[in-house]
Design a protein around this ligand. Structure first.
Ligand code: ADP
Length: 397
């Protein structure tokens, strides 16, 4: 059975065709600059096929995906009917979705209704679903896999803020959390590695560290707290996002600078974080390189992030009533051994011990704690596309 996984952004559309017999990626690619001009990349067996091609909208982008899969050098299937179903990464499912679902008209409406909470992401998902329907016909099963779903087990004490309760009731203002698909994948794998595949009795902190980053505290396989909130802005310093700040700083800066809400939003989401403090870059490799050359602001950004992550791990260890395992994943988590070493060494008070040599591993599943460490520490590469494909297969079977 082959499943097509779609991750639609406002001007991009990533796809991956996964053969569920063996769970192998048959082809993947990305349509970029949709609605601007159009750049298309299709990859098969490590070989990339690239072209500039006009893609005025997501439907035109989907046409390119269809062509690439069925025709020319990068062809991997004879006919679209070989694709059994389509799974869509969906960012915001609010409190309505605590698991993946088959996409119906009602689900589409709910994704649209949540667009006010995810104005960039949910409308893009809708475009992806509509384009998929146009390309494959309305009979192909489509599944929505929500970034927020895995976090729905959080208790009220963790997901509510101390604002008047009416804003939660009227507008759904609360912590939802994101990257749930990744936290779910790596925590499930961690439970397997701990020898407790159903998660019972486990206390885990998962660190998804990429351009956007979040931590989750997971007890008995269920999220009890996470760092992202109503939007993916909460938590600690990310590439360009501020993470948590005193909320009064927002209104203060708006007044001083005469910013509209949209302008302030752009400052916090696009000009802050590692970029905002370092003035160098949002990319971690650039920050690390600048640090090596003695750039003090790059080092400050780095140290601030480490400090903030450390505080969250400490807080989550308390919330979990102890810690059995710590997991690092995503671009930075899987590759940045210096950050991992720094964090693990500062957590020595918990009895964690780093295996410095194992920690040099990049992008491969590795246990990076010593056998006598009181807390096991793992690097587990994430695979959100595989989770989406697995959920899709399970729902249509
Ligand atoms: P996203 O999916 O949120 O765009 P990723 O999970 O791909 O992000 O992570 C991107 C981040 O990972 C970037 O800051 C990048 O510098 C960092 N990264 C990727 N590869 C490496 C590496 N080999 N060493 C250090 N950092 C890396």
């Amino acid at each position: 059975m082959k499943i097509l996984v779609i991750n639609a952004g406002s001007s991009s559309l990533k796809y991956q065709l996964i053969d569920m017999d063996g769970e192998v990626t048959v082809a993947k690619g990305v349509c970029e600059r949709i609605g601007i001009d159009g750049f298309f990349t299709h990859k098969v067996d490590g070989k990339a096929f690239k072209k500039e091609v006009a893609m005025p909208d997501h439907t035109a982008a989907f046409e390119q995906v269809k062509l690439a899969l069925t025709e020319g050098e990068g062809k991997v299937i004879n006919d679209l009917s070989e694709v059994s179903a389509i799974g869509h990464r969906t960012v915001m499912g609010g409190s309505k979705f605590d698991r993946s679902v088959i996409i119906t008209d009602e689900v589409i409406q709910a994704i649209k209704d949540y667009a006010s909470l995810a104005p960039l992401h949910n409308p893009a998902t809708i475009k992806g679903i509509e384009a998929a329907t146009a390309a494959f016909g309305k009979d192909i099963p489509q599944v929505g896999v929500f970034d927020t779903a895995f976090h729905q087990t959080m208790p009220e004490v963790a997901y509510l803020w101390g604002l008047p309760y009416e804003y939660y009731e009227k507008y759904g203002v609360r912590r939802y959390g994101f990257h749930g698909t990744s936290h779910r994948f790596v925590s499930a794998r961690c439970c397997e590695l701990l020898g407790k595949p159903n998660g019972e009795g486990t206390r885990i902190v998962t660190c998804h560290l990429g351009n956007g980053s979040s931590l989750a505290a997971i007890k008995d396989g269920k999220v009890i707290d996470t760092t992202m909130g109503l939007t993916p802005l909460d938590g600690f310093l990310m590439g360009t996002r501020s993470g948590a700040i005193d909320p009064s700083a927002v209104t203060f800066i708006m007044e001083k600078e005469g910013f509209t809400p949209a302008q302030m939003d752009a400052v916090m989401n696009k000009k802050s974080g590692m970029l905002g403090i370092s003035g160098v870059s949002s990319d971690d490799r650039d920050i690390a390189a600048a640090m090596e050359q003695g750039n003090e602001r790059a080092k400050l950004a780095w140290d601030m992030r480490s400090y903030q992550i450390l505080k969250y791990i400490g807080a989550y260890a308390a919330a979990l009533g102890g810690l059995d395992a710590l997991v690092f994943t995503a671009g930075i988590g899987e590759n940045q051994d210096k950050l991992r070493a720094e964090l693990v060494e500062k957590l020595a008070f918990l009895g964690i011990k780093l295996d410095a040599e194992a920690n040099l591993a990049h992008g491969v599943e590795t246990e990076i704690s010593t056998p006598d460490s009181a807390v096991r520490v793992f690097v587990i590469p994430t695979n959100e596309e595989l989770v989406i494909a697995r959920d899709t297969k399970a729902l249509i079977s």
